[in-house]
Design a protein around this ligand. Structure first.
Ligand code: PLP
Length: 389
């Protein structure tokens, strides 16, 4: 039996039924801050309930694909204004002007984070303030207004709680929470949009790679670069991702898990994988590319660096020539979606190098500490875990 809070079921019922808390307007349900506060308060003391409160899913076979959930969060604002009030809508398609800035010029950024269910029924987010800060930085780079840190965290909490029945049982995965900030106003000549939409949806997920938890086999890409100096590689711009598809598809068709990109100036220094950061370990020292604007400053990356230093490892953030990668003892990737994935091999110019993986590797030690903090088995001394119920 899974121990969970009976109040979560109540919350969903409240969201569906209570007209006193939610003012209905068409298909939209406005989630007032008083109502939100009342609902959050109502869920404060965990009790236990049966598995029936969970969505009818095959929790043992979750992958990393969209499973539509019940609610999404939407908040709009105009250029030169601030976001004020959001609402929870039923999950579904949105209407967009064909001339919207996001469709025509890719004016959009996103964030990815996870809600986790613990054995005792409590629900947590991992460092949501960091996602909120990164979204603000991305918005500034892409000339968009952004939600405040508090608005962002509040919206994520409400989305997670409203979709509580889709948060997998402990050990079976997590609820992936995707927030988007989009230029939705129409714009014909290149300029920032006049209207903006902040939207959050969620999907239960488990392993990102088809390999599951097995080591990854990466291919060092030399023809295509992911980002260039002065570009937007250092923010989570939606435009950074489709240019990766070609190299990724080619690598996958050759049996690789994903692509590792090199810098665009010398094609010599390692940068990151399509959707995660990279680390190498040599003689007990941990190295990772510095964040100089061409790679995403990952929140998992930052957390793993801190954990590694706490465990006594030396961590260097600097340029890493591909030759150094080929001589490493261990390699691993980090990211919200991939968590910490060991790399079993890297292929560069036809040479395949294999790395240490498995129980006695440094990466396993880092992963178990990281997971221990997330699951509550290791004390969270840093205040990284934010309880939401
Ligand atoms: C390009 C890229 N690099 C790195 C990461 C890892 O970042 P984080 O650890 O914040 O998820 C991601 C995932 O969000 C990403 O898309």
């Amino acid at each position: 039996m899974i121990k969970r809070s009976i109040c979560h079921g109540k919350l969903i019922s409240s969201l569906r039924l209570s007209s006193s808390l939610l003012s209905k307007h068409g298909d939209q349900q406005f989630f007032t801050s008083q109502a939100a506060a009342a609902l959050l308060k109502e869920t404060k003391s965990p009790a236990h309930s049966d598995d029936e409160d969970l969505a009818p899913m095959d929790w043992d076979n979750l992958g990393f694909g969209l499973v539509p959930t019940d609610y999404m969060y939407v908040m709009n604002c105009s250029k030169d204004e601030h976001f004020v009030r959001g609402r929870l809508n039923h999950y579904g398609n949105i209407e967009l002007s064909p001339c919207s800035a996001v469709l025509n010029y890719g004016q959009g950024i996103f964030e990815g984070m996870k809600a986790l269910r613990r054995e005792d029924g409590r629900l947590f987010l991992f460092r949501p303030d960091q996602n909120a800060i990164r979204m603000k930085m991305g918005a500034e780079r892409m000339c968009m207004p952004s939600p405040s840190i508090d608005q962002f965290i509040d919206a994520v909490k409400h989305t997670a709680l409203a979709n509580n029945r889709w948060i997998p049982p402990p050990g079976k995965g997590s609820l992936y929470i995707r927030s988007l900030l989009l230029g939705t106003g129409p714009v014909l000549g290149l300029a920032p949009a006049s209207e903006y939409t902040f939207l959050i949806y969620a999907s239960p997920v488990c392993n990102y790679f088809k390999e599951g938890t097995a080591p990854l086999n990466l291919y060092v890409e030399e023809e295509y670069n992911r980002a260039s100096r002065g570009g937007a590689g250092g923010v989570k711009a939606i435009t950074n991702y489709s240019p990766c598809l070609k190299a990724q598809a080619r690598a996958k068709s050759r049996g690789f898990s994903d692509v590792l990109y090199l810098d665009s100036v010398d094609n010599k220094y390692i940068e990151e994988v399509s959707s995660c950061n990279i680390f190498i370990i040599k003689d007990g020292r941990i190295l990772t590319p510095a964040t100089n604007g061409t790679i995403l400053p990952g929140i998992t990356r930052k957390s793993i660096i801190e954990i590694a230093r706490d465990l006594g490892y030396t961590v260097e953030e600097r340029s890493i020539p591909v030759e150094e990668l080929m001589e490493a003892d261990e390699v691993f990737c980090t990211g919200t979606a991939v968590v910490l994935s060991s790399v079993g091999s890297i292929t560069y110019r036809g040479n395949r190098v294999e790395y240490k993986t498995g129980t006695h590797s440094v990466s396993k030690k880092l992963l178990s500490t990281f997971m221990g903090i997330q699951t509550g088995h290791i004390e969270d001394k840093k205040g990284w875990m934010v309880e939401i119920n």
